[in-house]
Design a protein around this ligand. Structure first.
Ligand code: PMV
Length: 324
């Protein structure tokens, strides 16, 4: 029997961010977060066990150095869960520009968790899969689920997982202004560590984000798009403020990022309701409702941003064993 499985996972963008760990060893976040899974960006990964050593390939090129070592460390977790010691081949394709702050690690590790565990014969429940994916990349815990997801910080390994949040009809969409699809200058892992260790604003970020999280769940339950949008934008700005306070300061912003942030504010003043969020990269993601998606996209394009992607909410991870 072949021990091969393929999984497709979609990336997610946090509306309430995860920034900073409480326990780096097992990837426990300092705060809980909320995200929207996007249909526009995904990773497809095939894993086959029974090899002498691990090999990993992304978009046709072998993963070497730290990227390859990270895959092997993740496969070690699957080996220990499944009680096996063989190697695996990992073949992955991204429709997300890798490491550009477009959540390629979220879709990447969610797909790897699902494919590697299924191919190894493990039949993990969604919650267990979310816990496993979290250890590859924190935000991957949320990409196990579609649409809106919440990741509870938890206080130990077993209580830090994501689960779906019922959307009572917010009709969300996202417009991504790709300011620069190049590889980021500092990884989110290194930047969040630096922020937590050196920024005097980090404790304030943690406090504010806890309140934002509770308020966001209430705004979603009330189907209050304006409140969801306001919280999304202010939470992202607070996260970036905490990074600016680090030593040395961390800034992912570029001039075009700021231009798009201003455009979003201007659009709101003309009645096109939309809100901005940014992650560990210069790209700006604009949250709006589906009926405004084209107007927002056209405005961003008219402002001279050449790569603009629109996205509706995407599905949770899907996996199939190749012997099925
Ligand atoms: O999953 P990581 O370790 O790449 O961290 C993601 C951090 C942010 O994208 C900036 C925020 C988030 O919650 O996704």
């Amino acid at each position: 029997m072949s021990e091969r499985a393929t999984a497709v996972a979609h990336s997610n963008i946090a509306l309430i961010k995860y920034w900073g760990k409480r326990d780096e060893g097992i990837a426990l976040p300092a705060t809980s977060s909320v995200s929207l899974t996007l249909d526009a960006y995904s990773t497809r990964t095939t894993v086959e066990w029974g090899r002498d050593t691990d090999t990993a390939e992304l978009d046709g090129a072998p993963l070497a150095g730290e990227a390859g070592a990270r895959v092997t460390r993740f496969l070690d977790l699957v080996r220990s869960l499944a009680g096996r010691s063989d190697g695996a081949s990992v073949i992955s394709r991204n429709t997300v520009p890798t490491a550009a702050g477009l959540a390629s690690s979220a879709s990447g590790f969610a797909a790897l968790a699902a494919a590697a565990s299924s191919a190894a014969g493990l039949d993990l429940a969604p919650r267990e899969l979310s816990i496993l994916a979290r250890k590859g990349s924190g935000s991957a815990a949320r990409s196990i689920f579609g649409d809106l997801a919440v990741w509870f910080a938890g206080d130990d390994d077993a209580s830090s997982f994501a689960e779906p949040v019922t959307d009572p009809g917010l009709d969300l969409a996202m417009v991504v202004a790709v300011v620069d699809a190049g590889v980021k200058t500092i990884s989110s892992r290194a930047a969040m560590r630096l922020t937590a260790e050196t920024s005097p604003y980090f404790p304030a970020w943690v406090d504010a984000s806890r309140t934002d999280f509770t308020d966001m769940l209430a705004a979603i339950a009330a189907s209050d798009f304006t409140r969801v949008g306001e919280l999304t934008e202010s939470n992202a700005m607070r996260m970036h403020a905490s990074m600016l306070g680090a030593t040395p300061p961390v800034s992912y912003w570029q001039p075009d990022s700021v231009r798009v942030l201003h455009l979003v504010r201007d659009l709101r003043s003309t009645g096109i309701e939309c809100y901005a969020t940014m992650d560990a990269g210069p790209n700006v993601k604009i949250l709006c409702q589906r009926r405004r998606m084209e107007s927002v996209r056209d405005a961003v394009t008219a402002a001279g941003i050449t790569r603009v992607t629109t996205s509706l909410p995407g599905p949770g991870v899907a996996v199939s064993r190749d012997d099925e």
